[in-house]
Ligand binder design. Structure first.
Ligand SMILES: [Zn+2]
Length: 364
């Protein structure tokens, strides 16, 4: 289960969660309508509209997830936040044509929903003039939902990371370019676009300033992550396998573990009992454990009992994302029940640095 999130159900093996902060938005919409003197009925209608809108966002995320599934890529979950939905795909496909399909599948869902609502409204003679768009009220429910889906599709197709459009652009560029190069160009186009938005926004619609800033900030973080990931294309766990690592007994004391940590550059230790890996102990758990239990306690008390187990041929991109998603710095490489070694984040980062032609960070 996911922290701070409510489990809503699953479809095609993909679980859907709603983060608790999402309910703040629902409550806020209700209060806004209520306080404007519209009464609770309108408040409810406003809240219902937001729920319907976010229902469409979930369908959008399923568009990505189900297309990815077609290419054999699992999705951990779909979580709804106040800013939108997130489908946590284990990785993006390496083939540009497949990445293009996965990126387009989300906005395509909104286009289809808008199309269905358009036909529904047309056949009921309920199409409104464009000037009515701002009016979010109960009686225009379906019209507003149609408009919102058009906006969702257009907004997501802005060719800038972290939008779907950024991925579309990268995928199109990657048909002819190296993936890392394609990512770099896509990121730069996105940031340039963000600056243009902010600039234009000052003279036209202030919302553009807001959207521009959002893209610019989002693009920065995404750019680092994306270019790191694309540097890992073609590598597997075996390329950074570490066979020299420290094994600890579950009964080893914190004191001893801390002492060992000081004498090594390792990210953490593997806790082994009878030749079986029982868990991992990273710096973070060790520090937490020390303050909680004191230095004579055994390490099994705080070790992570849910280590990430990977195969030698697992794409490194997938390992990297797995580690980030689980907030761990090392994974165990196991084949046929045999612990072959570990892959740690330091090794992956070094590979990324080499691949990008950067200087290696110094370790003291
Ligand atoms: Zn999307």
């Amino acid at each position: 289960m996911k922290k701070w999130s409510l489990y809503m159900g699953s479809y095609s093996g993909i679980k859907v969660f709603i983060h608790w902060t999402f309910w703040i938005i629902i409550g806020w919409i209700f209060m806004m309508h209520f306080q404007m003197g519209h009464g609770w009925a309108e408040g409810l209608a406003g809240a219902l509209f937001i729920l319907a809108l976010f229902g469409c966002v979930v369908l959008h995320e399923f568009g990505h997830a189900l297309m990815a599934k077609k290419y054999g890529i699992p999705t951990r979950d779909i979580t709804l936040y106040p800013i939108g939905g997130v489908a946590s795909l284990n990785r993006m496909p390496e083939k540009p044509s497949q990445e293009l399909a996965v990126a387009l599948a989300g906005p395509a869902v909104n286009v289809v929903i808008a199309g269905i609502l358009y036909i529904f409204l047309l056949s009921n003679d309920q199409l409104l003039p464009i000037s009515e768009i701002d009016h979010v009220a109960g009686e225009n429910f379906w019209f507003n939902l149609m408009t919102a889906n058009v906006i969702l599709a257009v907004f997501n197709l802005i060719p800038a990371f972290p939008m779907d459009g950024g991925r579309v652009l990268r995928a199109v560029l990657a048909f002819n370019l190296d993936k890392l190069r394609a990512t770099t160009i896509a990121v730069q186009v996105g940031q340039l676009l963000a600056i243009v938005f902010v600039f234009l926004g000052f003279f036209t619609n202030f919302w553009l300033v807001f959207i521009g800033l959002f893209i610019f900030l989002g693009a920065g973080a995404e750019a680092v992550h994306e270019s790191a990931k694309s540097a890992l294309v073609g590598y597997t766990a075996s390329d950074v396998l570490v066979q020299q690592y420290t094994r600890l007994s579950p009964l080893e004391t914190f004191e001893k573990a801390v002492q060992m940590l000081r004498n090594t550059q390792e990210q953490g230790f593997v806790v082994v009992e009878n030749d079986q890996a029982k868990g991992v102990l990273t710096r973070k758990e060790l520090i937490k454990g020390l303050s909680e239990y004191g230095n004579t306690s055994p390490v099994y008390k705080v070790m992570r009992k849910d280590p990430i187990i990977i195969a030698l041929d697992m794409p490194l991109q997938e390992v990297y994302q797995n580690l980030a998603a689980n907030n761990l710095s090392l994974a165990l490489v196991v084949e046929d029940g045999q612990l072959l070694g570990i892959v740690d984040i330091k090794g992956i980062n070094e590979l990324i640095a080499v691949k990008k032609g950067l200087k290696l960070p110094k370790f003291s």
